[in-house]
Design a protein around this ligand. Sequence first.
Ligand code: GLA
Length: 384
Amino acid sequence: MGAARATVYHASDGNDWYNGIELVCEEGMEEDMAGVIKSSFGKLKSGVAVDLYTLTNKNGLVAKIMTFGATLTELHAPDKDGKMANICLGFDSVEKYEKGHPYMGSTVGRYCNRIGKGRFTLGGKTYKLATNNPPNHLHGGGPKAWDKVNWKAQIVARPDGPAVQFTYFSKDGEEGYPGNVNASVIYTLTEANTVKMEYAATTDKPCPINLTNHAYFNLKGKGTILDHELYIAAKSYTEGDEDLLPTGKILPVVDTPYDFFAQPAIVGDRLLAAGGKEPNIGYDLNYVLLPGAKGYATVARLSEATTGRLLEIRTDQPGLQFYTGNFLDGTLTGKGGWKYVQYSGICLETQHFPDSPNHKNFPNTILMPGQTYRTRTEYALLVK
Ligand code: GLA
């Protein structure tokens, strides 16, 4: 891949390259930056142009991210023989993304996962959100949820690999949420073969914030994920009701089909016992990660025997939604004519617990003016 002209961005205080939303451009600092190519990915119905950024690292791994929804559209990783395949579900045109899809590779916000009955109360005021997953709010709501808006993008200089920063300004009241919010996510394809996502957000009014990436993985790049092996660093999970909304109870995984901690297990083995409403049977639950919100750790390992591909998820987040694509029903066709049927992909969404604004016993998700929300998640692309 060739190099693209780009502007190098420095932090306003001159020393912090990691400050997402605080990066400013210094005049005269232009230089070539290898590893990132910007191209057009078409136009939205409104005529707005959508750009695609292709990141390539020195080992030949490729990550593609578009401005619409700051979405990871492709991720090419080697198998045990060095053979590359795209291991993320996605589509080949922006039209297909705009038509509607279940958050494939999307950056999800302002609040990923569910908020009960689309309501929360802050400072004595009750806020009403879209109940787009009746009777609850899901993944930031309706047409202005962050997976459905076009983010601004700029190539940024990072020490560990080619990187692009996506930014979005969300107005006070958008999708019912309080506060003007400046959000950013930097995707870096590191030379250590990880896709690193660093999120930041500030607000001018108290507001719940909970951001994630909703990639669907399939380590064979075809078929289903029922034969994938999974480890999750969690001894407990937040119990969900019949609409997958937390009841507030935190339960142990031991002796349940949700236990991927005692030893790694094949995803398909206990899937029929995992719950869900017919025909959407499968895993769709939030794990309470070890060591909680305190550190940055490997929290899940997904592998597939025939290709030897191993995906490690590292994060500082307290929760992980494990979802087996139970709602995929074959109506969407992705890249290369691949029909997305039930269990075509696995999501491992790093997050705060669902519905935290309505549960005092869950870690806090309210961002206050003057604070900066920051979180980091990495997908490490390894072989076994
Ligand atoms: C999340 C939810 C699922 C489903 C998918 C999108 O993972 O937990 O129930 O809504 O998003 O289809």
